[in-house]
Design a protein around this ligand. Structure first.
Ligand code: HEM
Ligand code: NAG
Ligand code: NAG
Ligand code: NAG
Ligand code: NAG
Length: 326
């Protein structure tokens, strides 16, 4: 008798998947509702307190979430410290700001005090990224599903091979995102995160000083803007100066990034690359509209936040985000 229901069950699940319920890979809305009812509120309160005195924090946390999800899925591997025998993602060249790590630790401490061993570090990153941007609007701009669990492995080499470098062209970016189940549309939408934050000169200074090895500038960069950037980044070896990627509204989360890109002032080759393909270029134009950008960003962030997540009994809930449980 029972076996006759099996095909029905499989069919039912398949229907749910088509409808989109199983898309998030086991994540749910308010996963901690009963196990830690105030978890999301605690995260928000700590993050808002910190963003109030550090306007660069949203950029740091959004980038941290991206780097976490692109390496082994959103499993907080980005937070693990290196050990005697292992160089972790944290210590790979695509470096993140220390501010971000400190705030995640502060959130974790607060959450552990309320509900020990319940809330994963990977969910904290996803929620903190969302809440940090929410501060500007006093409301969340995208929904974060929860129920992620933490991984136990973090390798610097995997950060290097999975995080796209700023020199990537369109084809390489497309392929890099496709490997994570993300489309060209997601690529253009998520690149819009560069509406906030800063970059170190050395991530783009070749475009200013020695683009093709002949002491030349990148012709796809607006020449006047290149000249301006040369006044900021004084030489190829400057690896300390930072420049806003969206120069006139670098701490405001808005759709202005796309105007910058269209004016050929995108800071990285990867930003400029979005104009080199017909389809992505059309999407850039569509995203100039702020409401469109906000709607699309919410959807693509949800997809990014579900990349290769560990759920159920996979992985663990770390007690301390920087180390695997003993
Ligand atoms: C499309 C491929 C991407 C490339 C090549 C890229 C590259 C970079 C680089 C080189 C920096 C500057 C780092 C530095 O010099 O300090 C940066 C900053 C940043 N990226 Fe991306 N990124 C990409 C996609 C994304 C995505 C998908 C997100 C998030 C959804 C994101 C969010 C950020 C943010 C917020 C910053 C500023 C960080 C800060 O000010 O602390 N990026 N990115
Ligand atoms: C950044 O990466 C370098 C190695 O490339 C590493 O030595 C350093 O500790 C990393 N972290 C920070 C915060 O600079
Ligand atoms: C510019 O690039 C060329 C070719 O890679 C290299 O030989 C030259 O030393 C570079 N110039 C500077 C100032 O680094
Ligand atoms: C920046 O460049 C200097 C000199 O070239 C080097 O000693 C230093 O390690 C570099 N710092 C980083 C963070 O890459
Ligand atoms: C992780 O590394 C940082 C920087 O080296 C250190 O300050 C921190 O105490 C470490 N965390 C743990 C839990 O070992």
């Amino acid at each position: 008798m029972r076996t006759t229901y099996l095909p029905l069950l499989v069919f039912g699940l398949a229907v749910l998947c088509v409808v989109g319920v199983c898309q998030a890979g086991g994540l749910r809305k308010n996963f901690y509702k009963t196990s830690c009812p105030h978890a999301e509120e605690i995260v928000k309160n700590v993050v808002w307190k910190r963003v109030a005195s550090d306007s660069g924090l949203p950029a740091a946390l959004v980038r941290m979430h991206f780097h976490d999800c692109f390496v082994r899925g959103c499993d907080a591997s980005v937070l693990l410290n290196s050990t005697k025998n292992n160089k972790a993602e944290k210590d790979a060249p695509p470096n993140l700001t220390l501010d971000g790590f400190a705030v995640i630790d502060e959130v974790k401490t607060a959450v552990e005090k309320a509900c020990p061993g319940v809330v994963s570090c990977s969910d904290i990153i996803a929620l903190a990224a969302r809440d940090s941007v929410a501060f500007q609007f006093k409301k969340p701009m995208w929904e974060v599903l929860t129920g992620r669990r933490d991984g136990t492995v973090s390798r610097a080499s995997e950060a290097v091979s999975n995080i796209p470098p700023p020199t990537f062209n369109f084809a390489s970016l497309k392929q890099n995102f496709a490997k994570k189940g993300l489309t060209v549309h997601d690529l253009v939408v998520l690149s819009g995160a560069h509406t906030i934050g800063q970059a170190h000169c050395n991530s783009f200074s070749k475009r200013l000083y020695n683009f093709s090895g002949k002491g030349d500038a990148d012709p796809s960069l607006d020449p006047k803007y290149a000249a301006f950037l040369r006044t900021k980044c004084r030489s190829l070896s400057d690896n300390t100066t930072q420049v806003f990627m969206d120069p006139n509204s670098g701490v405001s989360f808005d759709s202005h990034y796309y105007a910058v890109v269209k004016q050929h002032k995108g800071l990285f080759q990867s930003d400029a690359a979005l104009l080199t393909n017909k389809i992505s270029s059309k999407i850039v134009t569509e995203l100039l509209n702020q409401n469109t950008f906000f709607t699309e960003f919410a959807q693509s962030m949800k997809k990014m936040g579900a990349i290769e997540v560990l759920t159920g009994s996979s992985g663990q809930v770390r007690k301390k985000c920087a180390v695997v449980n003993p």
